[in-house]
Design a protein around this ligand. Structure first.
Ligand SMILES: [Zn+2]
Length: 284
């Protein structure tokens, strides 16, 4: 396995020296984070079975077989569920090996609707759908699947383990990273309300869908910092829009040095400005 690799990924280009291709981290007695390259999924192990999340196998079936092998190193209990965080391929493609093991696939209702239209042969369609909220209870562990409204997609489910006070969140709350490109499937201003709903939930640590700096977990402080970042972009662009600078001049001129250390700042800040220019400049 390559020890020093540059990955071109959903959230941009980042160099990771000496980062293994995959890693499984034990977070609590029953909760694990599985990372493959720059994507991450959570799985929950109970005596009665396993709840897995995003297969993260887009264009790399070996990620999914590795994921299952990693689960099997810990338990032989059946894999009962696979829960999709949202419908984007980079997180959910490649789930067939889980389906072949008998897992039930769960997603938000809107995710299923998109996937039925898209008909990607590499994506397993959900068997069950969630509207606002549902609870899975398995082998003494409770996992809440919660829709906090539209944000980076119109179907993101956050997954809360109330006893462990752990939250799994994918793509709409990156840790010390700017938003992906111009938020191509994103909803402004709903995103802000969605963040507030996440802050209202009772949790201490957040497992992100892409590893944070040094692979650390997130906190509510990270969520507040990300919301502040979005507000700072929004405020700067609102001013620029009023001066007729949207899109091109704003995308060139606006800098937010407070965030220049965040991942993908140079690559994606202009796209982030573009998104808010559409909102403030045209009302899109
Ligand atoms: Zn996504």
């Amino acid at each position: 396995m390559a020890l020093a690799t540059v990955f071109v990924l959903g959230l941009g280009v980042r160099a990771f020296a000496a980062m293994a291709t995959f890693e499984t981290k034990k977070i609590t007695d029953n909760v694990y984070a599985f990372r493959y390259q720059f994507h991450q999924a959570m799985f929950v192990v109970t005596p009665d079975g396993v709840i897995a999340t995003d297969p993260i196998g887009f264009l790399r079936p070996q990620a999914v077989t590795t994921y299952i092998d990693e689960i099997r190193k810990i338990t032989q209990a059946p894999i009962r569920y696979v829960v999709y965080s949202h419908h984007h391929y980079d997180h959910i493609a490649g789930g067939k090996p889980f389906k072949d093991l008998g897992a039930i696939f769960i997603a938000h209702r809107n995710a299923k609707a998109h996937l039925e239209q898209l008909k990607n042969p590499d994506v397993v369609l959900p068997d069950l759908v969630v509207d606002d909220r549902t609870t899975l209870t398995l082998g003494g562990t409770r996992l809440d699947l919660i829709y906090t409204g539209r944000n980076h997609s119109d179907n993101s489910l956050v997954m809360l383990l109330p006893k462990e006070k752990l939250l799994f969140v994918v793509d709409f709350l990156p840790i010390e990273q700017v938003m992906f490109r111009n938020g191509p499937d994103g909803f402004i201003p709903d995103w802000f309300d969605s963040i507030d709903r996440v802050l209202e939930l009772d949790w201490d640590r957040m497992i992100p869908g892409h590893p944070g700096p040094g692979g650390r977990l997130g906190t509510k402080e990270d969520v507040r910092a990300y919301k502040q970042y979005m507000m700072d972009v929004s405020d700067a662009v609102k001013q620029a829009a009023a001066q007729g600078k949207c899109w091109d001049a704003a995308m060139k001129e606006i800098k937010l040095p407070k965030y220049e250390k965040w991942a993908n700042y140079d690559a994606y800040l202009p796209g982030n400005i573009e998104r808010f220019c559409s909102y403030w400049g045209r009302g899109y």
